[in-house]
Design a protein around this ligand. Structure first.
Ligand code: FAD
Ligand code: DHB
Length: 396
């Protein structure tokens, strides 16, 4: 039997929900997380891998970063590959010393789950039919079923951290919702493989056959992606065919090539840009993928989720400790500044790096001209670097 009253009811135990739960707990604010899936299922989803420094700093603040510091990989730069050659963007030199940390979303989630168990935080996994109610009043509540039994959780606030397909945004009256969307006609094929890294830094490759990305997880596990038809099936791709495609797209003229390994995971994801400019309705607040989606090219998805959670925690804390609701009232407006910056960056990176079916030779040359500019002009490279490591927006 779960609790029937809390201060903040959180829907979703992805990175947003778990981190919000952790930060609220640290601030002395009681919370309960309701998650549709099992904990094991949540941990089996392989997703993002790049943490901005501000994300890593917030994990420090949340007290969940010890393993990230031990196992995460600090990167000072990225490589852009096009026309058969590689060009380095020195993130650190161009941003006054900022770096990114390569540490899988699964690991972040794992660390947050461990921390939650350690303080005995309530997480109701396999909660069915979660529905938020009365959030336009001061007495909202959430109903759900667990093993067929109906439950009701009363609360002061509801946090919708339940991803793009969740129930929170879908519960906001349609006439109050303002959304923006762009769906891309391509997807990413992702693999995890055992083997050594192909490069010291991530490689983002533009090739006439399509985009590819060489990333990493550790000295022995590598993460790679290549552009594909979003409707394709992993069953159409033998290991040999995958390696041939990665070699064709990423190997350079000067003999640097992708290192093959034993593939143990394959998945295909679609690509979308989406913003719900309504991130709050009464006492319901949306955070992370529930409110916005970026195509993964700029590695911003999880970082944006974490930035929302940081703002929401601050606003809830101001409400409970100082009896102020102005930060809660401004939550959407404040969060959207960072979100639109990241939306533009992700769209720009995606448009510059991918093969666009039906693009004219003129448009293809424009992609190359832009890449040449970014890799030869310090000002243009700085635009890429400061967005990649994470832009500080005025309200931060
Ligand atoms: P989620 O991680 O989606 O978590 C939401 C949680 O809510 C889930 O656990 C879900 O089960 C739960 N939930 C949903 N509906 C309900 C309900 N009705 N009731 C209760 N619980 C519910 N970003 C990158 O930067 N790089 C990548 O390579 C990358 N790959 C991605 C691949 C995929 C398939 C997806 C979907 C996203 C990817 N992202 C990537 C984005 C990044 O993973 C997300 O931005 C990040 O997971 C957002 O975290 P979140 O907690 O807001 O949402
Ligand atoms: C990874 C994912 C990304 O979307 C990206 O831009 C860089 C790295 C990764 O999963 O490692």
């Amino acid at each position: 039997m779960g609790p029937n009253r809390t201060q903040v009811a959180i829907i979703g135990a992805g990175p947003s929900g778990l981190l919000l739960g952790q930060l609220l707990h640290k601030a002395g604010i009681d919370n309960v997380i309701l998650e549709r899936r099992s904990g094991q299922y949540v941990l089996s989803r392989i997703r993002a891998g790049v943490l901005e420094q501000t994300t890593a700093d917030l994990l420090d603040e949340a007290g969940v970063s010890a393993r990230m510091h031990r196992e995460g990989l600090l990167h000072d730069g990225i490589e852009l590959s096009f026309g058969g050659a590689r060009h380095r963007i020195d993130l650190r030199a161009l941003t006054g010393g900022k770096q990114v940390v390569i540490y899988g979303q699964t690991e972040v989630t794992h660390d947050l789950m461990d921390a939650r168990s350690a303080f005995g935080g309530a997480t109701i996994y396999e909660a069915d039919d979660v529905v938020p109610h009365d959030f336009d009043s001061n007495t909202p509540f959430v109903t759900y079923r667990r093993e067929g039994i109906a439950h009701e959780l009363r609360c002061d606030f509801i946090a919708g951290c339940d991803g793009y397909h969740g129930i929170a945004r879908a519960s906001v009256p349609e006439e109050s919702l303002k959304t923006y969307e762009r769906v891309y006609p391509f997807g990413w094929f992702g693999i995890l493989c055992e083997g050594p890294p192909s490069s010291d830094e991530l490689i983002y490759a533009r090739h006439d056959r399509g985009f590819a990305l060489i990333s990493t997880r550790s000295a022995n596990v590598q993460r790679m992606y290549f552009q594909c038809d979003p409707k394709d099936s992993v069953d159409n791709w033998s290991d040999d065919r995958i390696w041939a495609e990665l070699h064709a797209r990423v190997d350079s003229h000067d003999g640097q090539h992708v290192k093959d390994g034993k593939i143990f995971q394959k998945n295909i994801v679609g690509m979308r840009s989406f913003v719900s400019a309504t991130m709050q309705h009464g006492r319901l607040f949306l955070a992370g993928d529930a409110a916005h989606i970026v195509p993964p090219t700029g590695a911003k998805g999880m970082n944006l989720a974490v930035a929302d959670v940081r703002l929401l925690t601050k606003a809830l804390n101001a409400f409970y400790v100082e009896n102020r609701s102005d930060l809660l009232e401004r939550y959407s407006e404040t969060a959207l500044k960072r979100i639109w910056r990241a939306e533009h960056f992700s769209y720009w990176m995606t448009s510059m790096m991918h093969r666009i079916e039906g693009a004219s030779p003129f448009e293809q040359q424009l992609q190359v001209a832009e890449l040449e500019y970014v890799t030869t002009s310090r000002s243009a490279a700085t635009v890429m670097a400061e967005n990649y490591v994470g832009v500080a927006v005025p309200q931060d």
